[in-house]
Write a new protein. Sequence first.
Length: 367
Amino acid sequence: MGIMDKIKGQFIDVIEWVDTTSDTLIWKFPRYDNEIKNGAQLIVRESQLAVFMHEGEFGDIFSPGRYELTTQNIPILTTLKSWKYAFDAPFKCDVYFVSTRRFTDLKWGTKNPVMMRDAELGPVRLRAFGTYCFRVNEPKGFITEIAGTDPNFETGEITNQLRNILVSRFADALGEAKIPVLDLAANYNEMGDLLKNALSGEITAYGIELTKFLIENISLPPEVEEILDKRTQMGLVGNMNAYTQFQTANAIGDMAENPGGGGNMMGVLAGVGMGNVVTGAMQQATGGQQAPAGPPPLPQEQWYAGIGGKQVGPLTLEQLQNLIQLGQVTQDTLLWKQGLENWKAARDIPEAANLFAAVPPPLPPEA
């Protein structure tokens, strides 16, 4: 070291930390053998604390502000046994700047599913994730318990430990809460506040304050969610007979506009018949009385209809009535069944004409 460097080192007069990072918790002021002189200037910015240490002993802690380091304003530092010269001569000490700002958007999540017993769904596996915020509120405890002599301590060095604590306590709280799985979303805020308060005592021992604990999502396995989606869809369908008629009407309209739709129409109408069978089975499964055992129904006549220039059929008399109710078959629609020599208008066939009596007339125009 040259004579000018040595002289320059003897007159360090500004001690400060301009934090340009987003994840630094502790930063040690670099001395490089420089000695702090009596009257040096200490600048502590907002969201910072400055901690003085000498040979492992804690001295004064300075809050935000500008200070002149003299014997008069550093009473604790000058009473330490190591400071036999006080500020009559240059001295060396460690100055740690501690960031007290809130560190936000830190992630937590369950590595493995949490097993719990739900009153409605039975045994379930749940995954959860969210965010949390913390800050250093007791610098001596944080340096003693966590940072030690690390000159540049960052959040990544402690977030893994915090995440393990949070996830472990969350799993325990989730099991004890006994909240139904389908009601968990309505209790995210309450559970988050409850866990934050429960964890505060444990984390405070590290000199840290947990300022926020947020639950963003608690989810079931994908295969279970798919089943719940189907259950929701069935609830939206409601009246299966009305739904089947609505689907049939839409399909017939589409097929009539499609030149190649005649063949597909057969499948659609066959599906209508299957839908009626499924509807009856569902009604029985959901509380309807089971029909007594007996002989199979008598064979029904098969009808054919000319709709949109396409031959549609075979149709049962019940399916033909459904098409009449949907407006797809009118009294002018040509029909044919076994026993008829030629196609006839529906009004000219007694069995078909009687079906129109069950169809209500159109509403009169509004006055």
